[in-house]
Ligand binder design. Structure first.
Ligand code: AHR
Length: 640
């Protein structure tokens, strides 16, 4: 039985309850959302070899390619180039270089691609370069154009490649720059862009952006996660090195075992946020790097505090400020709306326990200049979470808490906030997920996610924000570093996991007020927690099998009753809405379900588990409703 008391005022739901979290992990940007198709475009991914590049010579010959640091492009960050020795090229015998992209290059019919590259020759000989999109074996040419005649010193060349209408989409393809004239040519910053979301020149992949926009996120937390911190202070996310033209961006080693191009720089994060109609949650580097390096509070930390202040100014300063003017020069004169700044990431892992002092220094400096900003701590002020350190010197506006559990543990934890202290700062659940299934999570994880989100909605008085993590994964072999993710893709297509659809359902059907709800006689299922290393196997636990939340929207005249049935049999629930508001007999049910908890969506079966909408009858102030096995349902009730 579920009783909802409509005579009580309920609690306001934060308009920022559901957002997104992102970082460079699982080839989220390079090889993912960021639409660049050339991999290793400035030849810095490996110091010794031109990885992802190969020599093309149509007849046996002595042509060669090699990395060359002898010819940096003056005034840029382009220090390493690719030298092509093509002495034997002749008419009908081309010699060139090929890039295999991020697990292929997506070739689509009737599509224009913008290719660009820097090139130089040894002397002013004039070497014509042809740019082609072709099959991996070189046999099929999908699009081709003359890229320019390379003559002496470094120059940038740009060309449009247009595919025909009759080709079949494929990713078994490569980009080739070649010549039939003998000579030596150096290349740098070789780039290829397909059409992008909102036609941004340095923009994002359309299908992935659409999936994110469809989630209607209130905010985007960036740039991490671990990616913010770097393995070392030197390899943190240095936002200043991610600004301006691509030839000014050296890239940097990421924290997830591959180098980042930084094509997704600070401004691109902000524009991505803007394109989703969301607001930024800016995380600033706070003096702690993943491998344990810390910069304790005091003079040594001050340059990093100053850098954070400058970063904030870049985001929200007007064009009369130094960094606001820089943003305008970079192409975005209008300041971005910024309300939330997070100080660091997971600083509870700092074994030196320096966060209290570091947070204080950032807090005081930011609040002094921007008192309106809400500051987020990554460490709690109390020890009820078993944190390794406490924050006691300052009271942050929000605390960022992270939870990654297996599905039944997540369900077991769905009541976490029901009894949580109401006296501290508001909560930002900045990373969380039920983790079963790879590369994207399965149905039981989606049910557990939904169960946990009912807890967020019931406790909307303390939970101001939340965002699932990680968001994106390239499903190709080697693409995944973290096993449970929300949205999967390869070069050509993408899909949402069942968890993705749950996120969308919860955000789409969210009222402004959370209604008081009492659930009785809830069936349970048995959960056997895993033993910790060298510990005895813990006792089995009974975990609830049904979960509920209810919100209402005055504006839309609707009540959204969310019900999760995590059990493999249908569950009949008696729903009792007490109070002055009447409910129409007709409504709507949006339901996501499948037969087995391990069922999932994949790149080849992207729509196996998706929400289905149907008319619901026999509703009212009191009604019985049968919830399907392994399902998440939103009942949309119309207030009359
Ligand atoms: O989401 C993956 C990682 O989990 C994040 O980078 C980090 O903040 C957390 O430990």
């Amino acid at each position: 039985t579920v009783k909802i008391d409509l005579s009580k005022p309920g609690i306001p739901v934060s308009s920022t309850l559901y957002g997104l979290m992102t970082e460079e992990i699982n080839y989220s940007y390079d090889g993912g959302l960021y639409a660049e198709l050339v991999r290793n475009r400035i030849f810095r991914d490996d110091e010794k070899t031109a990885v992802h590049w190969s020599l093309v010579q149509d007849v046996d010959g002595t042509a060669s390619i090699a990395l060359d640091t002898g010819y940096p492009v003056a005034g840029t960050a382009l220090t390493t180039s690719l030298r092509l020795d093509a002495a034997q090229a002749s008419t009908g015998h081309r010699v060139g270089v090929a890039n295999d992209g991020y697990w292929g290059i997506p070739i689509k019919p009737d599509t224009s691609y913008r290719a660009s590259f820097y090139a130089r020759t040894a002397g002013a000989g004039g070497v014509p370069i042809t740019v082609s999109l072709e099959g991996s074996d070189g046999k099929t040419v999908y699009a081709q154009a003359i890229g320019g005649k390379i003559n002496g010193e470094w120059k940038q060349y740009t060309v449009t490649l247009k595919t025909g209408t009759d080709i079949k989409p494929t990713a078994a393809s490569r980009l080739v720059l070649s010549t039939e004239s003998p000579g030596t040519v150096w290349f740098n910053l070789v780039s290829l862009f397909p059409p992008t979301y909102k036609d941004r020149p340095n923009g994002n992949r359309i299908d992935l952006m659409q999936k994110l926009v469809d989630m209607k996120p209130a905010f985007l937390r960036f740039p991490g996660g671990n990616y913010l911190e770097g393995d070392t202070v030197a390899t943190r996310f240095k936002w200043k090195e991610t600004l301006g033209p691509l030839n000014q961006r050296p890239g940097h080693p990421g924290t997830w075992k591959y180098r980042s191009s930084d094509g997704m720089g600070l401004l691109e994060f902000l524009e991505w946020t803007e394109d989703m109609g969301a607001e930024p949650v800016l995380a600033v580097f706070a003096g702690y790097a993943l491998k344990g390096e810390t910069i304790p509070a005091g003079p040594a930390l001050q340059p990093f505090v100053d850098e954070a202040l400058e970063e904030i100014e870049y985001v929200m300063g007007d064009v009369n400020t130094r960094w606001g003017a820089q943003r305008a020069r970079d192409g975005h004169p209008a300041p971005f709306k910024l309300r939330y700044v997070e100080i660091g990431n997971e600083d509870g892992f700092d074994k030196q326990k320096t966060y209290d002092g570091r947070y204080t220094q950032f807090h005081d400096a930011i609040k002094a200049r921007y008192p309106q900003l809400k500051l987020i701590s990554t460490v709690n002020g109390k020890d009820d979470l078993g944190q390794r350190q406490l924050l006691t010197s300052r009271v942050p506006d929000l605390i960022d808490e992270h939870y990654y559990y297996d599905p039944l543990a997540m369900m077991n934890d769905a009541k976490r906030y029901d009894t949580y202290s109401r006296s501290g700062p508001k909560i930002f659940i900045g990373e969380w997920a039920a983790r079963e299934g790879a590369p994207t999570t399965n149905l039981i994880s989606a049910l557990a996610d939904a169960a946990w989100m009912t807890g967020m909605e019931r406790n909307a008085d303390i939970i101001e924000m939340s965002c699932y993590a990680p968001l994106l994964v390239n499903v190709n072999p080697g693409g995944m570093q973290w096993r449970s993710n929300l949205i999967g893709y390869d070069a050509q297509t993408s899909y949402g996991s069942p968890s993705y659809h749950v996120q969308k359902m919860f955000q789409t059907y969210l009222g402004e007020v959370s209604l008081p709800l009492v659930a009785e006689n809830i069936p349970t299922q048995t959960w056997q927690p895993k033993a910790k290393k060298d510990q005895p196997v813990p006792a089995a636990r009974q975990v609830p099998g049904l979960f509920f939340s209810a919100t209402t929207s005055e504006q839309r005249g609707e009540i959204y009753l969310k019900v999760v049935n995590a059990i493999g049999t249908p569950q009949m629930v008696k729903i009792d809405l007490a109070g002055p508001i009447r409910v129409a007999p007709q409504g709507k049910a949006i339901s996501l379900r499948s037969d087995a908890p391990g069922d999932t969506n994949t790149i080849d079966a992207p729509n196996r588990i998706v929400p289905v909408s149907s008319a619901a009858h026999g509703l009212g102030s009191q009604f019985d409703y049968s919830f399907a096995p392994y399902s998440v349902t939103v009942l949309v009730l119309s207030r009359t």
